[in-house]
Structures are given as C-alpha cells and as structure tokens.
Design a protein around this ligand. Sequence first.
Ligand SMILES: *Cc1c(COP(=O)(O)O)cnc(C)c1O
Length: 391
Amino acid sequence: MSTLMNTYGARTLTLTKGLGSRVWDDAGHSYLDGISGIAVCGLGHSHAAVTRAINEQADTLLHVSNLYNIPAQIALGDKLCHTAQMDKAFFSNSGAEANEAAIKLARKYGNDKGIENPAIVVMKSAFHGRTMATLTATGNAKIQQGFEPLLPGFVRAPFNDIAAIEVLAAEHKNIVAVLVEPVQGEGGVRIPDADYLPKLRELCDRHQWLMMLDEIQTGNGRTGKYFAYQHTNTLPDVVTTAKGLGNGVPIGACLARGAAAEVFGPGNHGSTFGGNPLACHAAEAVVDTLIGGDLIDRVAARGAQMLQAFKDKLGDNPKVADIRGHGLMLGIELEAPCLELVAKAREIGLLINVTAGNTIRLLPTFIMTDEETDELVNGVVQLVEQFEPTE
Ligand SMILES: *Cc1c(COP(=O)(O)O)cnc(C)c1O
C-alpha cells in the first residue's frame, strides 16, 4: 500500500514511456493506446512540436503571476477565440475549473439581471467534474453520494429532450443558463439528435438563457471538428474545454461571446496557475498543430472508418446493444456489464476504457496508422466475440 489516497482503486499497470500511439510499461511490454489518457493525448505521446514548446518555455520562463501580462496566454486566447468564434477566454488548470468559471459566469449573469437564486439546467448522466459545483452539475448519483450537501442552483432534465427543458422553463423562473455536453462522454458516448443543439439555441434565445457547452472531452478535434458544435450551425454563448488542449500539460479554458464575454470584471475570478506561460505555450503548439493541417479532417475520416468497421463486424452480435461514434469518440454498448474487458484488453496489448458499466469507450489518438487502426478494431472485436458475461 502506498501513501496515496485510495481514490483510484488498485492500479496494476505502470506506464513509463510513450511514443506516438503506443505506450510501454515498466516491464517493457508495449500497448496500443485506445484511450489517450482519456481524450488528452490526441496528438499522441512525445509529440515533437509540443515537446519543443515545453522545452522552449521551460528554458525561458515557467511561471509568472496573472498580475502580469503573459504573451503566450494572449496568443493562445486569440487563437482559441478565433477558432471557436468566441470573444474572450479565461484559462484554468483543468476541466472542472473551466466549468467552475462557466458556472460562476452564469450565476453573475443572472444576478446582474436581478434574478434571485439563479439556476442552471443540467442533464441526467452528464459529467462535468469533481469539484463541489461541477459534482452537483454531474448527473450521476453514485459519484455524488457521500458528498452532501450538494450546491443549490441546478435543475435537471433528461439528455436529448428539449420538451423536458420547456417544462422546467415553465416551472422555474430563475433559470439563467443551460450547461450540456454535445456528446456525453463519461455517460456512455451518448450522441444527441442532430437538431438538439440548434433547438437548444432557439430555446436559450427565447428565454435569454446562456447556452453553455461543456466541450472538455469533445473539443480540440476529438469529434472531427475543432469543437463539436461546429458540426451544426449553432454558436453557444459559453464553451469550456480542457483535456486535449494541452496534450498532457494541464490546462482548461472557458470561452465566451457577446454579453457573456463581458460578465466578469476585475476581481471576479482568478487562478494562480491558470494560463501560465508553460501551459499556454504548450497549448499553443497543440492548437497550431490541430488547425495548421488536415489532422481534424483525418479524425472525422478515421472515426467514420472505425465506426463502420465495428458495425460491419459486431452489428449482428447478440452481445452488442448499440454501436455509436462521433469522430474518434466511439462507444460499443454491450448487453451486460463488461468492466473485465479492460484487463482482457491489456493481455492483448490494448488500452481501452469501459464507461457507464457496459460501454466500451475508445478515444484513440488522431495519428494512428492504418495498421494501428486495424490492430485496435480487430482487438476490440475479438474481445467482444470472446466475452462471456459473468452476471
Ligand atoms: C473530464 C471531463 C471533465 C472534468 O475535467 P477534469 O480535468 O478532470 O477536471 C468535465 N467535463 C467533461 C465533459 C469531461 O469529459
């Protein structure tokens, strides 16, 4: 037993090296990385441009306080806002903190309008993080249990159900915003109807609510556009992102446009580390790499290819309940709980994830070769075919 708090359960694998889409353990075994540090290392491991940016910045200036101008933060803010069609950025160190910024922003937006006890609409089976506010926003009773009292100021609707939000609107006059993932990641790779975001936009406009998208997992190219909302012709008022933004260097961002971008003034929010030179310079290299070539288009093509391959090979398998995908966010929902497949995958040299109990979730790197793609697809197909539910 180590002195680490037991928040992650028993950890049996020790990874010591990564290159491209592959990682190695301390015994020298290699694994094809099908989860990329949970949607973090989209560019793969030891990416040259990111490594160079980290080294450059470490050699120059690692950190200064937000009391001072930080050119890398300004440059990253410009690039992200331009890409996102947003006006202003606030940088944090994590996804949960990016959402904290969005939640505070929504509350201040409401309070500034004179709305007492402003409330935010959040969804069932949503995941927004582990801090008290984001845990409250998360729609998973299992991970909330034991942490009561949760925060006031949230009302909940089923995901992908506009009518249910209309009902909430009639019941709660204090709603000021909606916070939703364009694809629910931890919730099981749940993809809403194509008109969900446009209808949500229309609803938010009608009620003067802020439309806030949690793109912490779906952002930074993961779904085959820089942000998932860019598959629609909808613009949110606020968008949060993190995970893939630093390709492994911790950083998050809360972007906003229009009135939402003007809500925070001096003293309203802050962070010691958020937006520091190291994180921002590394993230700049990530954003440049993502938007500088055709990588994100290749995510879309690779994702479509993998989804089709899984449908062809597993579509008729009675153990499979559903196969879903949006870019390189892929979910294979089985009829039975299948957590043991994570260990079985390791035995054949694959890192995969199971979420929501019965859904194999793949979040591969954006740079897999054709051979690596076949290896991942064929490996997962084999795991499903050989799977014998224990319950
Ligand atoms: C991972 C995730 C978060 C939390 O991000 P952290 O960096 O772990 O705090 C929030 N929302 C979504 C959609 C996520 O996938």
